[in-house]
Write a protein that binds this ligand. Sequence first.
Ligand SMILES: Cc1ncc(COP(=O)(O)O)c(C=O)c1O
Length: 489
Amino acid sequence: MAMTPLDLESDKSLYEQVADRLENLIYEGTLKPGDRLPSVRKLREQLSVSISTVLEAYRVLEDRGMICARPQSGYYVRQTALQQPQEPATTDPPKRVYDIDNSLTFRLMHAIQDPKILKLGAAVPVAEHLPLTALNRLMGQVLRQHSAKAHSYDAPPGCIELRREVAKRMLTAGCSINPDQIVTTNGTFEAVYLSLRAVTQPGDTVAIESPTYYGLLEALEMLHLKVLELPTHPRDGLSLDDLETAMQRQQITACVLVSNFSNPLGTCMGDAKKKQLADLLERYDMPLIEDDIYGDLYFEGNRPKAIKAFDRSGRVLYCASCSKTLSPGMRVGWAIAGRYQAKVEQLKWVLNQTTAIAPQLTLAAFLANGGYDRHLRQLRRKYQMQTAQMTQAICDYFPAETKVTRPNGGHVLWLELPPEFDSIQLYEEALAQNISIAPGVIFSASSGYRNCFRLNCSLPWTDDVEQAMRTIGYLAKKQLAVTMLSQPF
Ligand SMILES: Cc1ncc(COP(=O)(O)O)c(C=O)c1O
């Protein structure tokens, strides 16, 4: 198995280049399921790299689900490595700073409010999966017990009952937090918005993942901020090498990312990378706004840690909520803003004084009585199964060239079709059949990703959903066929 030398000038680290090459060999069929990979020593000699580079490359491939280690024997290509569609590669956004214009997002996402539309484009939990009876009962009790308090003014940092419960839960994300370090907000969006306001001035440049959650682009536009989009791997997340290079070359005021099971790529950085990022922030004295709204929705093992768990200097402003797990409508979230806490509390006070008391007390009671963990166990199982069902439907009904992410948590999939594909055309055609998708262009300030789109896996798998997937797959195949036929021979 001959390999050409690695590119020492590349923006990518050596271990990422090694991992990508081996992954390509698997997809091309040079390495087949069940084959043993070259020994660490042999590959090291062949590529003239260190043992740790090869080991790190093998770790990356294990994380991507491509290979597994057998004790005393070596590394092998997993039998299941090729059963799923190919994954999109690390993204490659233009290396320039953009102003943001969200007018297209506004038009596209507001066209789908009609209740008869099957919302495969929105990343929202559906009522069937939420413990609404328990929540409504608890809210009734809260209103009876705190009839006056529930209607009074409060002040930041918000209800202590909720902050105590959030502090306890943060232990599962590897963070030892005092309730005084938390301010409650109207959802994650407000937590991110306040954090951005605390650390930036209009005109500043913020580094973000690419593609990124379009709500973040809306907040950045509202605050007159510019963005630098960074290459992002669908599993490993944002490229730290690119982040560091950007920080050396230009003024980057802050970085914002979704740390666990991001939207839309589903990325989840490993602990080593999270620590590396926290060290980088310290070295360059830069704040990071960490959106961890999907962290509780892991499919296997334990809850992934927050980047905040590795933050020794208070530079991480951690933001989360119960919107994706319990109730988007209660609008309860929180920020743990480290050294910026006082500023965030002051901004919250000026913006809207406080978060409504009854939803905060209801969530506190739900977290305290143990209902949350039981509910989460069921929800995670459902999301894992529905994500697998959607992936299978993509294999069955979509063009063979479709690439799709393989998230280990959350509830969205990101699909990439050949470069000539137009997901806005697909959006319009699917909408005419009362189905929504989220076209790729709304996830970037650079108008990229026109050949990509996001699908939501939070809907229970029904005949209607399967039929909708068949329809989208048919529309995508038809569009590709017409495009190919219209190309010159
Ligand atoms: C990554 C991300 N952050 C924040 C939000 C908004 O969260 P909330 O409803 O808690 O404000 C969403 C909703 O889709 C999201 O996907």
